[in-house]
Design a protein around this ligand. Structure first.
Ligand SMILES: Cc1cc2nc3c(=O)[nH]c(=O)nc-3n(C[C@H](O)[C@H](O)[C@H](O)COP(=O)(O)OP(=O)(O)OC[C@H]3O[C@@H](n4cnc5c(N)ncnc54)[C@H](O)[C@@H]3O)c2cc1C
Length: 358
């Protein structure tokens, strides 16, 4: 098979490369960031996603870098238990660890870092490297994330909108807090809705925390990193003491404020010799916890059809036909979870787990 270009080395681009590697299919990845520059914090990965990961990463190696969570415990903001549910093998892992594990199987000559790929504005469907040369590949697999510039250049009439939820995500290294939460996923909810604080353990002394804000009610998007801590301490001052204590003790150097976007309507997942995977094909809002699993599944299924089919159009069409209906379910579930989040707790009726299942 002729050469494949993969644009982006996030979870979807790197997992794609791992599956291609398994089938001895030639490829090259182009990635905008520096090799060591790993933004982002952590993921929840349901059992289905783990099964796709086991195909390309030794399970024991994975288990050394993350942990399975036992229970999801939902609290009111003052610490009253509202409910709990067993988590069936949901794995928590930092983004750095997962990216590093996926990158370890890729030989250095197959990946170019600090290379931003752009669409050629004069020739639709052609991709350029930063030195102005055109990428010469039979197939381009685009995994450049939810705000994909290449997707927008092909589907000019798409509508992306900001979601009414923003997230602050951070990691704290603190053994005492890590010991206290065991292997549970704990989430505090404001009684009036639109504000949560979640905590989960990534390792013996590392805890991931994230906070979800209704960005119409809270001015979170106007915060700079400099005043984020002060703003959060003010908002969370009357919450269960563990919450302000984590906010206070955290280092804000790597804190991330996430504005979430979604496509009003999904585009096709391909055009000519270009095919989209992961967030570039279908941004999913964080409530679903399905971004990584969907990225892995996209890569797995696209590889399967690349192996089975000779015809590119047939390959891409089978991939889209298999993947789109399931993605639409997660998009709808994500919207339901968002609607619930915005409601006062007393009016929330749906499944309390912060994960979308098919
Ligand atoms: C706040 C938040 C919390 C989340 N929590 C979870 C969770 O718990 N569980 C879960 O499964 N998912 C979660 N997700 C979703 C998950 O992060 C994504 O679905 C997943 O990372 C998708 O990976 P990706 O490779 O498609 O895109 P990305 O991770 O965005 O990777 C895109 C890559 O492409 C590179 N790139 C971009 N443009 C170019 C270019 N022009 N040329 C070359 N390279 C380029 C970027 O540098 C980047 O490395 C969360 C998302 C958010 C925002």
């Amino acid at each position: 098979m002729n050469k494949i270009a993969v644009v982006g080395a996030g979870i979807s681009g790197l997992s794609m490369a791992n599956y291609l590697e398994k089938h001895s299919i030639d490829y090259h990845i182009y990635e905008r960031r520096k090799k060591k520059d790993l933004a982002g914090h952590g993921f929840l990965i349901p059992q289905e996603g783990m099964n796709y990961l086991y195909e390309i990463i030794e399970p024991d190696l994975l288990f050394q870098h993350g942990r399975f969570l036992k229970k999801y415990i939902q609290y009111s903001h003052t610490g009253k238990i509202l409910g709990e549910k067993k988590l069936g093998n949901v794995f928590a892992i930092s983004r750095n660890s997962l990216i590093n594990l996926l990158a370890q199987n890729i030989s250095p000559e197959k990946i170019t870092y600090e290379e931003t790929v752009t669409p050629n504005d004069r020739q639709k469907g052609r991709l350029m490297l930063s030195n102005g040369t055109e990428i010469d590949a039979a197939i381009a697999i685009i995994s450049d994330g939810s705000r994909s510039r290449i997707r927008r250049s092909l589907f000019k009439d798409e509508t992306m909108k900001m979601v009414r939820e923003s997230e602050v995500v951070n990691i704290i290294h603190d053994k005492e807090i890590a010991d206290a939460i065991e292997n549970d996923f704990i989430k505090f909810h404001h009684e009036e809705g639109g504000l949560t604080f979640g905590i989960l353990k990534l390792s013996d002394n590392t805890v991931l925390w994230y906070s979800q804000f209704d960005n119409e009610k809270y001015m979170i998007n106007e915060c700079s990193v400099g005043n984020l801590k002060k703003y959060m301490l003010e908002i969370f001052k009357d919450w269960h003491p563990v919450v302000p204590s984590i906010i206070q003790k955290s280092d804000y150097k790597n804190v991330h404020l996430w504005c979430v976007y979604e496509l009003e309507k999904l585009n096709s997942f391909y055009q000519d010799n270009i095919v989209f995977i992961g967030d570039a094909a279908h941004p999913l809002i964080p409530f679903t916890s399905q971004g990584v699993t969907s990225a892995l599944k996209d890569s797995f299924i696209l590889t399967k059809y690349l192996v089975e089919e000779d015809n590119i159009e047939q390959t891409f069409s089978r991939y889209e036909t298999e993947r789109k209906p399931e993605i639409e379910i997660h998009i709808n579930n994500g919207r339901t979870l968002l609607d619930q989040f915005l409601l006062p707790l007393s009016q929330q009726t749906e499944n309390m787990l912060p994960i979308s299942y098919k």
